[in-house]
Write a protein of this length. Structure first.
Length: 270
């Protein structure tokens, strides 16, 4: 007699085999005296860049930030990094969306990967220079595409007995949004808790541009209070850059690429 389909609640409570989480990352994996960015080789790194009209005054600063951060990330991730924009999609996205396979065309993937022909790799500076910030900021919409897709893939791989690398998502935004990113962050954290995934499985680092007071308060709440208020894992960190000289020091760059991951590793239960 065939077994009945798995219910939604059972699916959410899917428990991976203990061996899937057995090689837990600890602080010794985060930085070493030889390489402060050593942890990046254990993670897939992705960028989500706000290219709405609110980012117009900061666009050159975003370029400077990417010039500092992207080479560090690509150097440590053999698969390369992924870059998504809130509004912009790569060429061909509409066609692939029409035929039902938008996922791989929603962003620029595997940039700087070690494998493959160098001439075929996307270039971070080239991608960025081709985009002009405009339109609204539907940040939650794009976050949901990235994080829901990651959770779905995580479930598929675990059912097959495979592992999936943790995700380090760096979000560069002015924080002036037309939807509420708390929705996706809450849903993702709850799903990870139900799956009993390691505390560092997903880290979201918001890098806020500018001095908008409402944006500051909103992201500070997400950073400092959201997890406790909603009783789920703390997977978010926030840092602000005003564009002043010296703010992209080595320590500041380290904070951007390390913040959310380091925080969640420190809080994991042992």
């Amino acid at each position: 007699m065939p077994s009945s389909p798995m219910s939604k609640s059972q699916e959410l409570q899917f428990q991976p085999a203990k061996s899937d989480w057995s090689k837990a990352l600890t602080r010794k994996h985060v930085t070493t005296s030889e390489d402060p960015y050593a942890f990046l080789k254990h993670f897939d790194t992705a960028f989500l860049i706000d290219d709405s009209a609110a980012m117009g005054n900061y666009w050159s600063q975003v370029g400077a930030l990417l010039d500092q951060i992207a080479p560090i990330c690509t150097e440590h991730d053999r698969n390369g990094i992924d870059i998504y924009f809130v509004n912009h999609h790569p060429c061909g996205y509409v066609f692939y969306n029409l035929i039902g396979s938008p996922k791989d065309r929603a962003g620029y993937q595997n940039i700087g990967q070690v494998m493959g022909s160098p001439s075929m790799r996307d270039n971070v500076a080239g991608i960025f220079s081709s985009i002009t910030p405009q339109g609204k900021c539907r940040l939650d919409h794009r976050l949901s595409h990235i994080l829901d897709g990651y959770i779905d893939e995580m479930r598929r791989q675990l059912r097959r007995g495979h592992k999936i690398k943790p995700l380090n998502l760096i979000v560069i935004t002015a924080g002036i949004t037309d939807d509420n990113p708390i929705d996706t962050l809450t849903r993702t954290a709850r799903k990870l808790d139900e799956m009993k995934a390691p505390s560092y499985q997903v880290g979201v680092q918001f890098f806020r541009m500018g001095q908008n007071e409402n944006a500051r308060q909103a992201l500070e709440f997400v950073d400092d209070d959201l997890a406790e208020a909603m009783d789920f894992r703390d997977m978010v960190d926030t840092v602000t850059w005003s564009g002043k000289p010296g703010e992209l020091s080595p320590d500041a760059v380290l904070k951007v690429v390390l913040g959310a991951v380091e925080r969640s590793i420190d809080k994991q239960k042992v």
